[in-house]
Design a protein around this ligand. Sequence first.
Ligand code: BEZ
Ligand code: FE
Length: 301
Amino acid sequence: MSGAAPSASADLDETTVTEAAVASFRDTPDPRLRACLSILVRHLHAAVREMEPTLDEWEAAVDFLTATGQKCDDTRQEFVLLSDVLGISSLVENINHRKSPGATEATVLGPFHVTESPQRALGDSIDEVGKAEPCLVTGRVVSADGTALLGASVDVWQADDEGYYDVQRPDVLPPGNGRGLFTTDDDGRFRFTTVVPSYYPIPTDGPVGRLLLATNRHPYRPAHIHFIATANGHVPVTTHIFVAGSPYLGSDAVFAVKSSLIREFHRVEDPDTAAEHGLPTPYAHADIELVLEPFQGEVSG
Ligand code: BEZ
Ligand code: FE
């Protein structure tokens, strides 16, 4: 028989409602869904028992979640932002990284991977504005044993030198600014030019911003460039490189900094080196190796 557990219709009280709610999911066909719902219900009930919210407080909590949902649209993901500022996105990344210990560390996706990056050729610029000092980013995608991963896809997105993603300033920034989808060459290498991103505040004009304000927290993230690297037979990695020396490396609003991901953005003044890359002097240069773990039980490639 399916439906609510028999105990759900009994005279339930503070001490018995939790197990009744857990039991109501006992006919869930998917065992993982059943297990996760049981854990969630038990922990949520424990939190409520500990907090003993008033009815007004509970209504405020529901209003907050409602406002969070209402703030979401095609280019705004307030629930991801909420998960980020609570440290949950980072926790999920860290748990999953345990399964790929040899790989580049993963970090949060964030809410700005909302449009498809334009496919670009190796060496192209992802900066479509051309106002700021250029920055060359070079990199290589390799398997955990160091083998080059040719034909890997490298999706890149970043804020500009003033701290804005294209979707945040559609009147000023062309769509696709700061974004690019690259395919690695025979040696697993990729390269593109851009601008050194600035640190920036996460969006504060919604419920998550109000939460930060009410708790005296700053909204800033240290300067970074996002990457998702994907290759056949390998676990994809979603990560960043952080700009060494950026403000907020020690207090990222979304708890996503890992020291293994901090890179120097060296200033290059030598005109011959600049000419090799078709760049004016001076420019900045950062390099990253993205190491992907093969899927277990599969041959890479
Ligand atoms: C980002 O890096 O794009 C980001 C991550 C989490 C929250 C807000 C922004
Ligand atoms: Fe970002």
